[in-house]
Design a protein around this ligand. Structure first.
Ligand SMILES: C[S@@+](CC[C@H](N)C(=O)[O-])C[C@H]1O[C@@H](n2cnc3c(N)ncnc32)[C@H](O)[C@@H]1O
Length: 246
């Protein structure tokens, strides 16, 4: 589908500020001066701007690109993405539907490990953002669909469906038809009353809820004199409901 648009990651040594370089065929301008294209093309890991500032010049990894994702609607954060990947065991053979696509945090994280991801997003502005981010990641195994997933899912024999939208119960019967027996459905919801409504809706289907959980992440400050949790932590982001189609 899309050409890989990002060719280099520059990290300014003094500040840690990161820049994505889309073409090494041109000089690259930063807040701390210009990096010559010859340096970008040279393969050197340390380069200098014309103002003498040192930069690390690296090939961007998936997490580098994820960090610099263009954001629109609220994204699913890495702690929750990681749990989805771990608990569903998706891999290079997996076919997945992700709805709604939003900014694409979950979409691209799935595409990074799965065979193919079909993405449903019905909001034109969010769809345009997904197109832009697809170019950023340069992943070819993503199909974007500007469609309302509540109206149906075109794909069959899926290994996983992920739903991050306000009324996932409206997509439940479509998901049931589109999943392989034994395949996973994961629903991400910020509010408990939505969780309750979704679980109630599964009772009339062949989709069984395995577990509902949330994950809290607490960073620690470690230095010579301080070794303790940071005062602020990433608390509630959303509830994750893991289900399986029987
Ligand atoms: C919170 S965002 C998803 C964020 C995304 N999971 C991520 O990690 O970046 C929810 C998205 O669902 C989309 N959406 C809501 N209802 C939808 C529907 N019926 N069909 C497809 N997309 C829908 C919204 O437009 C919005 O972009």
């Amino acid at each position: 589908m899309a050409e890989r648009k990002v060719q280099k990651l520059l990290i300014e040594e003094a500040t840690g500020k990161k820049y994505l370089v889309k073409s090494v065929k041109e000089d690259f301008h930063t807040a701390e001066g210009t990096i010559a294209k010859a340096d970008l093309q040279s393969g050197k890991t340390i380069v200098h701007s014309n103002r003498g500032k040192r930069f690390l010049s690296l090939n961007p990894t998936f997490p580098d690109l994820w960090e610099l994702l263009n954001r629109g609607p609220q994204i699913i954060l890495q702690k929750d993405v990681g749990l989805i990947l771990a608990k569903t065991g998706v891999n290079k053979n997996s076919l997945v539907v992700d709805a709604g696509g939003g900014s694409g945090s979950l979409t691209f994280s799935l595409a990074n490990v799965c065979k193919h991801v079909f993405v449903y997003e019905n909001n034109p502005a969010h769809f345009a953002l997904l197109e832009k981010n697809t170019l950023l990641f340069g992943l070819k195994n993503v199909t974007l669909k500007q469609k309302d997933v509540y109206q149906g899912i075109d794909e069959k024999d899926l290994d996983l469906i992920t739903l991050d939208l306000p009324e996932p119960w409206n997509a439940l019967q479509h998901a049931e038809k589109a999943l392989k027996p034994g395949a996973f459905l994961v629903v991400y919801l910020p509010n408990l009353h939505q969780v309750h409504q979704f679980i109630q809706a599964t009772r009339k289907t062949n989709v069984r809820v395995l577990e509902t959980l949330e994950l809290l992440e607490r960073k620690w400050q470690i230095s010579e004199k301080i070794m303790r949790p940071e005062f602020q932590m990433l608390g509630h982001t959303g509830f994750l409901i893991f289900c399986r189609r029987l």
